[in-house]
Design a protein around this ligand. Structure first.
Ligand code: HEM
Length: 357
C-alpha cells in the first residue's frame, strides 16, 4: 500500500502516531530506492532504537555526572546504548545488502536505475546506496560498515528532522485555521481541484506555503544547537570581546530566532515574517535552522522539497484540527527537539470524493 493511501484511508488518524513511519517509508523510498513495508517491524524497530540511542547520548550533554568517560561507559552498558545502536543499524544493513545483491546479479543498469513499478518503465536517478557502492569501483575504499554508517547518517539526519518539521507545521496550521485556509487556497490555485501530481514547478509557486514552513522552522528549529571549535580568534562585533582560537562555541538557532530586534513578537506564529520585504530587511544568518557555512545541512533543498510535497498532499485532501493552543506545545530535547505530547491532530477529508478505497 502506498503511504499516501494510508492517509486517505484513515480519516481520523492522529498525526502523532503515524507520521513518523510514513515519512520514514517515503524518505528511504526516495533517497535509498528501498521499499519498506508499512506492516514490517524493521521500520518501527529502527525508530524506537534510534530514539533510544539519541536519548542516551543527549542525556550526557544535560547531565554533569555523565561527563567522565568511565561513568558514561558504564551508563551506556547498563542502559543498552550499544544494543540500541546495533539494532538501529539493522535497516541500513538490510538496504545495503539488498543493493549489493542486485549489483552482484547485474540487475542494475550502469547509469540509471530502472524500476518496473509502472508499466511504462521509469528511469530514476541513482539512490545514495548506489553512489556509495559505485565509489569503490572508482578507487574509493569504503568497507561494508563504512557504507552502512553513511546510510545510517543520512537516514538519521534526514528522516526525523523532516518528520518533526511536518508534525510541527501541521500542528501550527491546525491551531491557526485562518493561516491553514490561506495555505489551502494557494494549493488550490496552483494545483486546482483534481489529483494532478505535484511537480517541482508547482512547488516554486507555493510562496505562502514556503513562508509557513520557514516560520515553523524559526519557531521549532529541529537541531537547536550547533557546536564549533574556533579555528582562529573571533571578535564579536556587538561587544568588545575576542574569543580565542580553540574556544568551543554553541550556536543556537533557538536563541537567534527569538531576538525581538530580528523578529517582532518572536513568540507568535506569523508566516509574514518570511514575506519578501521582511526577509530583505534581515541578515542572512538571522535564520539558521539548517546552520550556515561549509558544514551546513547537505539535505536542505531536499528537505524543503520533501516537506512541501508532503504538506501539499495532506492539505489539499484534508483539513487539520486540534484543541491545543500554541502555549500547550511543550518541547523535549534529545539532540533534536520534539513535541512532548506528539502532534495530536484530527484530519477531515476536504472532499469525500477524494477518499479512495
Ligand atoms: C527539516 C529538515 C532538516 C533540518 C532542520 C536539518 C538541520 C541540520 C543542521 C542544523 C545541520 C548542521 C549540524 C551542525 O552543524 O552541527 C545539519 C547537518 C546535516 N544534515 Fe540536515 N537537516 C534537515 C534535513 C536533512 C536531510 C533531509 C538530510 C539528508 C538527506 C540531512 C543530512 C544532513 C547531514 C549529512 C548533515 C551533516 C553535514 C556535515 O556535517 O557536513 N539533513 N542538518
Amino acid at each position: 500500500m502506498h503511504a499516501y493511501d494510508y492517509y486517505e484511508n484513515n480519516q481520523h488518524l492522529y498525526v502523532c502516531t503515524y507520521n513518523c513511519i510514513i515519512i520514514l517509508i517515503l524518505f528511504i523510498e526516495t533517497t535509498m530506492d528501498y521499499n519498506l513495508d508499512i506492516q514490517s517491524d524493521i521500520g518501527s524497530e529502527f525508530m524506537i532504537n534510534g530514539t533510544k540511542a539519541l536519548e542516551l547520548m543527549s542525556n550526557r550533554a544535560l547531565t554533569v555526572w555523565l561527563y567522565p568517560d568511565i561513568i558514561y561507559f558504564m551508563y551506556c552498558k547498563i542502559f543498552g546504548l550499544e544494543n540500541a545502536y546495533k539494532l538501529t543499524k539493522k535497516l541500513p544493513r538490510l538496504m545495503t545488502e539488498k543493493k549489493k545483491n542486485e549489483y552482484a546479479h547485474n540487475a542494475i543498469d550502469k547509469n540509471t536505475i530502472e524500476t518496473s513499478e509502472n508499466d511504462d518503465k521509469k528511469k530514476r536517478s541513482k539512490a545514495l546506496v548506489d553512489l556509495l557502492l559505485e565509489t569503490n569501483k572508482v578507487g574509493g575504499n569504503l568497507s561494508n560498515e563504512d557504507i552502512i554508517d553513511e546510510v545510517l547518517t543520512i537516514i538519521g539526519a534526514g528522516y526525523e528532522t523532516t518528520t518533526s518539521t511536518v508534525g510541527f507545521c501541521i500542528l501550527l496550521l491546525a491551531i491557526d485555521s485562518d493561516i491553514q485556509e490561506r495555505v489551502y487556497d494557494e494549493i488550490h490555485s496552483v494545483l486546482g481541484d483534481g489529483n494532478e501530481t505535484i511537480t517541482i514547478e508547482h512547488t516554486t509557486k507555493l510562496v505562502y506555503m514556503k513562508q509557513v514552513i520557514n516560520e515553523t522552522l524559526r519557531l521549532f528549529p529541529i537541531a537547536p544547537l550547533m557546536l564549533r571549535e574556533l579555528q582562529a580568534d573571533v571578535t564579536i562585533i556587538s561587544g568588545n570581546h575576542t574569543l580565542p582560537k580553540g574556544t568551543a562555541c554553541v550556536i543556537s538557532p533557538m536563541v537567534t530566532h527569538f531576538i525581538p530586534e530580528l523578529y517582532s513578537n518572536p513568540e507568535l506564529f506569523n508566516p509574514d515574517n518570511f514575506n519578501a520585504d521582511n526577509v530583505a530587511k534581515r541578515h542572512k544568518y538571522s535564520f539558521i535552522p539548517f546552520s550556515g557555512g561549509p558544514r551546513s545541512c547537505i539535505g536542505m533543498k531536499y528537505a524543503l522539497l520533501n516537506i512541501t510535497v508532503l504538506l501539499t498532499q495532506i492539505l489539499r485532501n484534508f483539513s487539520v484540527h486540534t484543541d491545543l493552543k500554541f502555549s500547550d506545545i511543550k518541547l523535549k530535547f534529545n539532540l533534536t527537539i520534539k513535541s512532548v505530547n506528539g502532534y495530536p491532530v484530527t484530519i477531515r477529508p476536504r472532499n469525500s470524493a477524494l477518499v479512495t478505497s
